[in-house]
Design a protein around this ligand. Sequence first.
Ligand code: ADP
Ligand code: ASP
Ligand code: MG
Length: 469
Amino acid sequence: MLIIMKFGGTSVGSVDALKNVVKIVADAKKNGHDVVVVVSAMSGVTNLLLNAAHQAEAGNEQAASQARVEIDNKHAEATRHFLGDSPQRDEVMVHVRMLLDEFEALCHGIHVLGELTPRALDVIGGIGERLNAPQVAAILDHAGLSAESVEATELIVTDNCFGGAVPRREATQIKSQARLGPLLEGGKIAVVTGFIGATEEGITTTLGRGGSDYSATIIGRALEADEVWIWTDVNGVMTADPRVVPDAHPISHLSYAEISELSYFGAKVLHSQAIRPARRVNLPVRILNTFEPDHPGTLITADYKNNGKTVKAVTAIKNLSLITVSGPGMIGITGVAGRTFSAVAKTNTNVLMISQASSEQSICFVVPTPDIQKVVNSLENELSREIERRDLERVKWEENTVILAVVGAGMKGHPGVSGRLFSSLGEEKINIIAIAQGSSEFNISLVVAQGDADRAVKAIHKQFALEKP
Ligand code: ADP
Ligand code: ASP
Ligand code: MG
């Protein structure tokens, strides 16, 4: 089999974790598999890089030098442990320091200009993966597993939406096969940088935070791999975020439809877009634990498997705002909804959920809080005449809201689920601000105040007895 194995930040973030990585890859090779490894930055590095860039823009150049020292230490420690005094270690550390020079120079430029563009942010954000792929390749190679590092800018072609670029399938397939095919045929392990890609013109882009999962499935599809294994720090996709619900437990099987809802609505264990390339070609994806490699984790495929539960998991996505457009002028007038959403679309903002009461007096929808001001400005601009005539009220919004999503294909055609859901929140005295149900019936989404989010997730988890395997 050809297996794409993606290792997340914590899985490559320490000497102990890296020991497990070596063992996992060695076992796969021993079992006769071809392996492409996709790596994230060492844990914490992407945050250090991005934070330093923002600090530089705000006038503080110190953050970059401090980040540099911290990042250098992480790589120096890992290479010292695995590569000792070898020439390979020198080679990796020369590369690390060259990239860190580049990082400091970029931050200096941002500091001088006082401006940080999305394009520059992607170059800086992607440095963590570029530091790490050669390190992991050298560690594997030193352990007798012939490996070579490859920058994904040579493989993944994207549009120029910096910070959340969209891959171009055909160009990516041609490049990936041309570059990685010969390595695999030669029995080598390719170690690819996650998170980044490049436009047709060769400008670096990123696939959004947590994007290395997406890199793995994009490459899996491009190479027509047999499976994608996402190695992380939990035993698979769980019934809820284990940091919020301590007795959450792993789900052994999920369908593509179910995981799409979960990852879209905040289950951080998989990037929200990552399942798409896999789903297109029925490529199985496994979520596995680097720190417990024998645990079967979660298998994700096209079919739905009934585990005897209507609801399989509950997630929450935070830092959202609920916008309401309302007024007597909404009733029966065609086009208000269309104009509302065109005005939002102009700002390039993602609308996560929409809900309209049947009286047509109001539409409300949810957007990420950082986008709130530009969305409200655009709406007031578009609807100014109606607001002036009092056909519409001023646009209202509520910050500090979250969407809870209750997911499971077993809810389809199963009456009583929403009743139980609402009463579990009612008992906790949690106010539901808005509700939407996708027509798939795989997902019911609710908006509640951010302060109620964790309590609500716990109450729903308990109501549907998700703690019981
Ligand atoms: P990686 O660095 O390996 O990509 P992430 O931190 O991005 O790892 O994702 C794994 C984390 O996602 C887990 O440690 C867990 O805290 C969090 N998480 C949130 N919701 C879920 C869920 N439903 N199932 C599993 N993990 C979840
Ligand atoms: N290093 C990137 C991030 O922290 C990508 C990833 O880890 O998947 O967002
Ligand atoms: Mg992740």
